[in-house]
Design a protein around this ligand. Structure first.
Ligand code: FAD
Ligand code: NAP
Length: 347
């Protein structure tokens, strides 16, 4: 356990941006984290903590980090309790998310199968309440423990404390940069409730010839769809959806639908509509006659199959990606009067 200096963060972010960390360390326990924070382990006069890293799949580095970057390597998965209907599983923040999903699947614990193959680590899953194919971790979340960087104490957060929303939590808002998540406890079902109505899952299950539905089959369907549709960061740098799907009122949706009959949107229980940001981006562009989808500018661009995904073709600077995102945001606003919000965390 030591502090390294002037380390390239390229291997630590799925965008593959080559920014450097002035100081870099890894911790595998709260005690190790504490010794970095208090400066005990550092000959560098306790440099300021600037970034906690998980798998680096939801960040964009727009500059070198002039401070301390710490990678969370806290491991371990344990069953802490069970009752008639549920098992309660505590996982270390540094566990890989998909490996955690596979661990649950082999034991027939249900609830995370729709969230198969999401990159990153367990510790970041509550940050934006990760979601896919109609399920969010809020539905299986029980509690988490986090280290308060100011008070230097471990605090427990329950479901209500986390204030989960659509790709949101208290950790991205009120408590931004204040806590390091150490572990997360999930409440998983012993008897599954299947979620198959979303998107292409049903279709894929039919294609797979599945007659007896199971959480393993749903997971495999999700894996098949994801590998066929989403760019693999190992091949082309990206951080998944760069923008969130915006929510608009019914009145605004009705106006948009009248003007753009093909617009893709989903009604929400609160009466509002969620617009598919990918559609808005695809139907706007750098000029009135061009689409952003497949647009390339030097080393950065918009993925040709997924307009929501910005990519690094190899040597992009984070600033280039950010500037492109700004132009996209402005052109969508100009054409549709809808302000997109970035989902990816910018540093
Ligand atoms: P990082 O990128 O390392 O960190 C993200 C943020 O959380 C940063 O602000 C970081 O400082 C903070 N953070 C990380 N760990 C901790 C911790 N222990 N304590 C405190 N703060 C912490 N997301 C979805 O929701 N659904 C999807 O379907 C999905 N698909 C994706 C597909 C691809 C191809 C890619 C590249 C990304 C996708 N994502 C998706 C985004 C991303 O995978 C998730 O948000 C994931 O949870 C990020 O985890 P991470 O460990 O990589 O976080
Ligand atoms: P998709 O299935 O082509 O759908 C496009 C968009 O429409 C999605 O963003 C999704 O919203 C929405 N949608 C589709 N069917 C819906 C339904 N029945 N009800 C409500 N909304 C619906 O999307 P995709 O890009 O291939 O992604 C599939 C899933 O993986 C999505 O849930 C997506 O969020 C998730 N994913 C997330 C990221 C990320 O980085 N955050 C990256 C890749 C994939 P939602 O996004 O709200 O689900």
């Amino acid at each position: 356990m030591q502090i390294l200096e002037n380390i390239s963060l390229k291997p630590f972010n799925t965008f593959g941006i080559d920014a450097t960390a002035r100081y870099f360390g890894r911790f595998a326990s709260v005690e190790e984290l504490q010794s970095f924070i208090t400066g005990e382990r550092s000959e560098a006069n306790s440099p300021t903590l600037k970034l906690i890293l998980g798998g680096g799949s939801n960040i964009l580095l727009t500059k070198n980090i002039d401070g301390l970057v710490l990678k969370n390597d806290i491991k371990g998965i344990e069953e802490i309790h069970e009752d008639n209907d549920y098992v309660y599983i505590k996982a270390g923040a540094g566990e890989n998310w998909h490996e955690f999903v596979l661990y649950c699947l082999t034991r027939n614990w249900a609830g995370v199968e729709n969230l198969s193959l999401i990159p990153g680590n367990v510790g970041a899953s509550p940050m934006q309440n990760i979601g896919a194919y109609g399920v969010e971790i809020a539905e299986v979340f029980w509690s988490l423990e986090a280290f308060h960087l100011h008070d230097k104490k471990v605090v427990t957060f329950t479901l209500n404390d986390c204030q989960f929303g659509y790709r949101e939590s208290v950790f991205k808002n009120k408590y931004k940069n204040q806590f390091v998540i150490l572990n997360v406890t999930f409440r998983l079902r012993k008897r599954p409730v299947f979620h198959t109505s979303y998107g292409a899952i049903q279709q894929e299950l039919e294609k797979m010839g599945v007659n007896d539905l199971s959480i393993q089959a749903i997971s495999q369907a999700v894996i098949n769809i994801r590998t066929s549709k989403l760019p693999d960061p190992k091949v082309i740098g990206n951080a998944g959806s760069f923008f969130k799907n915006p929510e608009v009122s019914k009145a605004q949706y009705d106006l948009l639908k009248e003007k753009f009959p093909e617009i893709v949107a989903y009604s929400l229980v609160n009466g509002n509509y969620k617009l598919a940001a990918g559609w808005l981006i695809e139907h706007s562009g750098p000029t009135a006659s061009e689409s952003w989808k497949g647009y390339r500018e030097g080393e950065t661009g918009v993925h040709p199959k997924q307009a929501l995904v910005l990519v690094n073709y190899g040597n992009a600077r984070g600033k280039n990606v950010y500037d492109l995102s700004e132009r996209i945001l402005q052109s969508v606003n100009k054409k549709f009067g809808v302000l997109l919000e970035r989902e990816v965390n910018i540093f």
